[in-house]
Design a protein around this ligand. Structure first.
Ligand code: NAD
Length: 434
């Protein structure tokens, strides 16, 4: 590398509009959700401030040499929101719009999610402010390895266990695992989950989040007396979560009638051919070009359905589109897709919302199985994994449903009541150190 290489910096810190939905921003939305639950926490409310402050937030500089010899700096984050119930756990996101505030909110939602499904973890999340599509494979590997080295001081199989999120995959996890292991001097498979099967990954992990969305959707439908067979499903986002959920609903006899991704939206009242659409996306990277009628974003949100599954990004259901949504229930595959204002509108309109912290918890549940399998070096069959996943998701959903009925609150508030109670009970029992 020549000493006169120009310095490239990551793009300026602007908060994208979808993160600022209804002007709260993701951390603001989370704080409002905690405020809503506080009156239900009884004497534990004394500890609620714990939930409003991340335990630890690390901001790191990630400098790498680009293929053309220039030097680029990217900003990276790892936030451990709460570790009262166990080590931090949560994904790593590579996106040009990632901010510290977003990672803080995502880490807090992981604390809530892990407690809601009762896996023995706290909550954490990480990210790098980078557009990975603009990097070569070698540059992506260098970014991943340098970021892992920078956060090495706070991660570990008993401290904080990263996993994939938006734009990160099992290859990225393999590089993270290798970098951590090289720094530690011994192979440590349990430091990340979502790894390739050949490196201690778990069967069923890739499909787990979508499968959990389906299990929660089926439970919610049963409680509303709705048949899955013949039900009309609308899905936003056709990536890992959306496509698997769509496939499972399709296999159960439901009709997936509308799908939207970052390029376009498709509609077929007779039901889209989901396996063919998945095949199309695997070749083209988008649903665009598939044989079906295209509709506008406005038409997409107004499509009449029994089940609507947002499985793309935060802040998609807002005060602007919530009054026009025509569905019986929203099953949140994405993290934070509904703003608090939209939540209120949907409640008033008697539309059931199964919140992200339970609906998309299938991924972290199978991550937990992966971590347990890595520790014991004994691996389960896919059938065992799926059975255990279904049991945990059904039990979690049924307790949340019961608390919602008892307190006459939404499922989101009920999930927060259960999760915050578990976290703050652990906090109280442990006491403050020193
Ligand atoms: P992915 O990258 O595989 O897919 C994202 C999908 O959203 C793609 O189809 C993309 O085209 C679409 N999309 C992007 N921008 C859009 C826009 N503006 N409008 C409409 N569609 C758009 O990501 P994923 O892993 O499926 O994750 C989706 C959501 O689910 C994220 O919120 C993520 O945090 C959450 N989630 C994922 C997992 C997991 O295990 N993958 C677990 C829990 C939660």
């Amino acid at each position: 590398m020549s000493s006169d290489s120009p310095i490239i910096t990551a793009s300026a810190h602007s908060v994208p509009s979808y993160l600022n939905a209804d002007n709260l921003g993701p951390w603001g939305i989370y704080l409002q959700q905690v405020d809503r639950v506080t009156p239900y926490l009884g004497s534990l409310a004394r500890w609620v401030e714990t939930l409003k402050r991340p335990k630890r937030a690390l901001v790191v500089d990630v400098p790498i040499e680009m293929d053309d010899g220039t030097i680029a700096h990217f900003e990276g984050y790892r936030v451990q929101h709460n570790t009262s119930r166990g080590p931090g756990k949560g994904g790593v996101r590579f996106h040009q719009d990632v901010t510290l505030s977003e990672v803080m909110a995502l880490s807090a939602w992981m604390s809530i999610k892990n407690a809601a499904v009762n896996v023995p973890y706290g909550g954490a999340k990480g990210g790098i402010r980078v557009d990975p599509r603009k990097l070569s494979r070698a540059e992506l590997e260098r970014v991943t390895r340098r970021y892992t080295s920078e956060i090495n001081i706070i991660i570990g199989p008993n401290k904080d266990i990263p996993a994939p999120d938006v734009n990160t995959n099992e290859q990225v996890m393999a590089w993270m695992m290798d970098t951590y292991s090289m720094n530690e001097g011994s192979t440590s498979t349990g430091v990340v989950t979502g790894k390739p099967i050949s490196l201690g990954g778990s069967l069923g992990r890739r499909e787990a989040t979508g499968r959990g969305v389906f299990v929660v959707g089926a439970e919610a439908a049963r409680n509303l007396g709705l048949e899955i067979k013949g039900a009309r499903i609308v899905v936003q986002g056709f990536g890992n979560v959306g496509s698997v959920a769509a496939k499972l609903f399709h296999e159960a006899g439901a009709k997936v009638i509308a799908v939207q991704d970052h390029k376009t939206a498709l509609f077929d009242p007779a039901g889209l051919d989901v396996p063919a659409l998945i095949e199309h996306v695997s070749h083209n990277g988008t649903i665009e070009g598939f044989r079906a009628e295209t509709i506008s974003a406005e038409q997409f949100w107004q499509t009449e359905s029994e089940i609507l599954i947002p499985a793309a990004l935060e802040g998609q259901i807002t005060a602007a589109n919530a009054p026009h949504i025509k569905t019986r229930m929203v099953i949140e595959g994405a993290n934070g897709p509904t703003t608090p204002e939209a939540d209120d509108i949907l409640r008033e309109r008697n539309i059931l919302v199964a919140p992200d912290v339970i609906a998309n918890a299938g991924g972290v549940t199978v991550s937990y199985f992966e971590w347990v399998q890595d520790f014991s070096s004994f691996f389960w069959t896919e059938e065992e994994i799926n059975q255990r996943l279904v049991r945990i998701m059904q039990e979690a959903f049924r307790s949340i449903w019961q608390v919602a009925q008892e307190n006459k609150v939404t499922l989101r508030t009920a999930a927060f009541i259960i999760a915050c109670t578990r976290i703050l009970q652990a906090r109280e029992m442990r006491g403050l150190y020193p």
